[in-house]
Design a binder for this molecule. Sequence first.
Ligand code: TYD
Length: 342
Amino acid sequence: MTVLVTGGAGFIGSAFVRQALKDLPEARIVILDALTYAGNLSTLENELKNPRVQFYPGKIQDPTVVEGILKAEGVTHLVNFAAESHNDRAMLEVGSFIQTDVYGVYTLLEAARKFKLERLLHVSTDEVYGSIDTGHFTEASPIEPNTPYSASKAGGELQIRAAIKAHGTPALITRGGNTYGPYHFPEKLIPFFIVRLIDGKKVPVYGDGSQVREWIHCDDHAGGILHVLQHGQIGEAYNVGDKNERTNMEVVKILLEETGRDQNFIKSIPDPRRGAHDKRYSMTTDKLEALGWKPKKPFEESLRETVRWYKSNESWWRPLVQTEDYQRFIRAFYGPALGEDL
Ligand code: TYD
């Protein structure tokens, strides 16, 4: 088994690489990553020393790169983590999302067909379902994305669906919940707030913080994806979640406690996502559980452990928040609302 992990230097992709090296002792792991701002080789420092791992820099939307790797490495399985994934960045600019999350998926599908891969697993998100006030999304729920980002992920998924039907491509889809844990680029709620609180800065909560997200640890998310790769049925989609729903304020309270900060570090700002801010995400996971998989990490304890990881791994994240690109995004997106608290 030779598994190509696209986006393997990113947050969930790198967790998957670690998991796959452990659980697939015979497999070779080939990583393709564009090393954008959110993909970092320091995340894979240990894994890259493993003789079973091969790394290639490059974009999934480049067919020459993708097909070259499939040919040179004899790839049998492909797991696609490569994506632009930050909702707030997509509020400012969505072209790069469509390039990677839609056109990139098309490129992978074409290559998978040409090289007759055994399996292609596409990693998607529960956000493609849109928002749900009560009850839970199942895999049969309609795809109704509300944000520029989730619409780009839905576009990729629809290409997968069509390739399965039109060409019999042996593809599967996973739809994961909001993910947290080590090596998470500090722009999404949890890692962004942790690094700001460590630095003694206020955290910008959108509106009243009553939105609900379903959180899953990156090791559980990666484990669920690996389980679907091995045991899922071709042509099917699987929700990968932890049924662990929290309001943003509940999450922020734990982060304040664990960093030793008080309520004064919360700054409520007008919602920058406007009408595109989904109120609640919630999924059933019966389909995945029926394959014999369950998440293991308890939320609150693992979230506190994540805060401690950021406290003791400043050398990983400090250079990332000092880049010009990062500073520019934070200024552009939060500057007007945070003012002197930026
Ligand atoms: P995020 O981590 O960006 O994930 P997603 O939008 O994909 O669910 O956001 C999680 C929640 O946190 C969402 O309701 C928006 C909110 N949020 C803030 O209140 N402030 C912030 O600075 C960020 C990044 C998110």
